[in-house]
Design a protein around this ligand. Structure first.
Ligand code: C5P
Length: 308
């Protein structure tokens, strides 16, 4: 096979419970991930230039967000492909092409999604035949959100978010995402969360999964799910980007069943009652302060899969 294309979804966190800062710089989490129908596509192809001087891994990015993603060795897809080659114990070559639709640094795990897609595509292109468990392990080393992009669906992540268990859900949920101009750095948002907690003298305690949230997912109850959405990083994201409060308020005024900042932000997520309701909320949000664009999506959807 000379080229493999993998499609991979964005995620929204339905619950993000953040424990105290650990000694390794991470936080223990209870992270309820939900894969939604905004997709990036990653193609891994046999390289055009096979001269000894050519770099083994190259990357190109296309799409609306292309200018905001590093097209070099720092790219998460390149890091993932390098980690996979390392695990296989030799140097492999590939030209990667990423077609981006997932917002960059938006709290929707776009970079992690590209890393997961690169793992699946290169595993296939190089004929390595590594089983999903091995890809999950490599994924966790690349980043805390990468395993979920392989997994898809709805799942709860513990540890630093990388230990996943699938969650039972019924039906499909309708979402609207308000995309903001400019990203927010994930480490900075976690740091602001720690700072705000220290300032207030609050001890977060051990993070626990929300029973009402899990029940709402099991029953496919969008109204109950809307009420149960929580994100411990939201105060930190709002502190760093106060205009997000206007976006959240605008979605609430438009009748969203629930609203929250997605992950470390700045994307805001709104749960709608139906496809029509989602389209109405998206149309209304387009005029909201700080909102660059509003897109609709459904979830859950599968994780990274080969499409060509
Ligand atoms: O694992 P990943 O590289 O995606 O994480 C990015 C950053 O997010 C980490 O360097 C850390 O600052 C923060 N983080 C955290 N606790 C987690 C996951 C991420 O503090 N559980």
């Amino acid at each position: 096979m000379s080229a493999i294309t993998v499609r991979v979804p964005a995620k929204v966190n339905l619950q993000l419970a953040v424990g105290p800062l650990r000694e390794d710089g991470y936080h223990d989490l209870v992270n309820v991930f939900h894969a939604v129908s905004i997709f990036d596509e990653v193609t891994a192809a046999e390289p055009g230039d096979v001269s000894a001087a050519a770099p083994p891994l190259t990357v190109r990015i296309e799409g609306e967000w292309a200018g905001e993603v590093p097209a070099n060795d720092d790219n998460l897809a390149v890091r993932a492909a390098r980690a996979l080659a390392g695990r296989a114990g030799r140097s492999y070559r590939a030209d990667l092409l990423i077609r981006k639709s997932i917002p960059v640094a938006g709290g929707m795990a776009g970079g992690s999604a590209d890393a997961a897609a690169a793992l699946v595509a290169c595993n296939e292109l190089w004929g390595l035949g590594l089983p999903p468990e091995d890809l999950m392990e490599i994924a966790a080393d690349v980043g805390s959100d990468v395993p979920f992009a392989l997994f898809g669906g709805t799942a709860v992540g513990t540890g630093r978010g990388e230990r996943l268990s699938r969650l039972e859900t019924a039906g499909s949920f309708h979402w609207v995402f308000a995309l903001a101009d400019g990203g927010l750095s994930t480490p900075r948002v976690y740091g602001e969360c720690d700072r705000l907690r220290e300032e207030a003298g609050t001890d977060p305690g051990r993070p626990v999964a929300s029973e009402p949230l899990l029940a709402a997912l099991r029953e496919g109850d969008a109204v109950a799910l809307g009420r149960a959405l929580t994100n411990d990083l939201q105060p930190a994201a709002l502190s760093l980007r106060p205009s997000l409060a206007h976006t959240l308020h605008a979605g609430d005024e438009l009748g969203a069943l629930g609203s929250l900042v997605s992950g470390s932000g700045p994307t805001c997520a709104f749960l709608a009652a139906s496809e029509t309701h989602a389209a109405e909320i998206a149309a209304g949000l387009k005029n909201a302060e700080g909102c660059r664009a509003a897109v609709t999506a459904t979830g859950p959807v599968p994780g990274a899969e080969v499409v060509g």
